[in-house]
Design a protein around this ligand. Structure first.
Ligand code: MG
Ligand code: MG
Length: 284
């Protein structure tokens, strides 16, 4: 079991700064998504905004075996679950696109994702997006100081499965810090074999439900990156980077791309002053 690296308040402040850039990128891309737009155009937009803020795209240079990732974002359309490579593909009315962004700023990463409907989508797909987003917030609400990591995994899993959707077993969230992927792995289901550390102040994790409309089984395309559903049905992905605090947690990538769910604000998260202030500012 790899060692968890707990972060100081100063380090969390840096992750919060990176998180602000991530949120800005996602908010701009959400506005730009429309029929006819290519995923490569969204990627170019992300590169531009990240550089403008003095950051570096976290995903560039990440390796899968000998294959190196070259894009600032992952853009996963319809049956693509995660790790879709941006390019010349044009979005069509009725598609859904999962947009995942990581930014490194002052030596620390932040990571967040949203899934966006392109124009009008069918009712089941709209429900998939809603349930996936709410399952992320169910996971965030489950974070309690001195609770356990499996509390988060269980909250996500129950929220998703009770609504008839499924979580792929091979994918997980992760610790976030000087590395984009640090221990612990944050799975979206409970398995006794997964590590289950206590949730202590200074733990920073990316909670990221990936939810399939149909069956949980996934595969990887020949490009070595793109994860797809085996049954060809759509998948969605929402993600926030959070820090465990004495009072619960703070969402470090909170912003206009994914604000608090209306009237369902978690009581035990971001209740401290800094989080409140930042949320008000990022609404502008
Ligand atoms: Mg991500
Ligand atoms: Mg992540």
């Amino acid at each position: 079991m790899a060692r968890i690296i707990y972060k100081s308040a100063a380090e969390i402040a840096r992750i919060r700064e990176a998180g602000r850039v991530v949120s800005t990128v996602l908010a701009e891309m959400r506005e730009a998504v429309a029929p006819g737009v290519t995923t490569g155009e969204l990627d170019a937009m992300a590169f531009h905004i990240i550089r403008e803020h003095g950051g570096v795209p976290s995903f560039v240079g990440q390796r899968q075996g000998h294959i190196v990732y070259r894009s600032a974002i992952c853009a996963s359309v319809n049956e693509e679950v995660v790790h879709g490579i941006p390019g010349s593909r044009r979005l069509n009315e009725g598609d859904v696109v999962s947009l995942d962004v990581g930014v490194r700023l002052h030596g620390f990463h932040a990571d967040s994702a949203i899934t966006v409907a392109v124009g009008q989508v069918d009712d089941e797909t709209a429900r998939l997006l809603q349930v996936t987003r709410e399952s992320l917030w169910a996971g965030i609400r489950a974070v309690r100081h001195r609770g356990r990591l499996h509390d988060v995994s269980r909250a996500v899993q129950e929220y998703v499965e009770q609504r008839g959707f499924s979580v792929p077993k091979e994918l997980s969230g992760h610790g976030v810090g000087r590395q984009l992927w640090e221990p612990p792995a944050v799975f979206n289901y409970v398995d006794a074999g997964h590590e289950n550390p206590p949730l202590l102040e200074g733990l920073v994790i990316a909670i990221e439900p990936m939810v399939n409309a149909g069956r949980a089984e996934i595969g990887v395309l020949d490009d070595g990156w793109t994860v797809v559903t085996q049954d060809g049905r759509p998948s969605a992905h929402f993600e926030h980077t959070i820090a465990v605090t004495k009072g619960g947690c703070e969402v470090l990538t909170l912003g206009p791309h994914d604000p608090w769910p209306e009237a369902r604000r978690p009581r035990d998260c971001n209740h401290h002053e800094a989080g409140e202030d930042r949320h008000e500012r990022t609404k502008l």
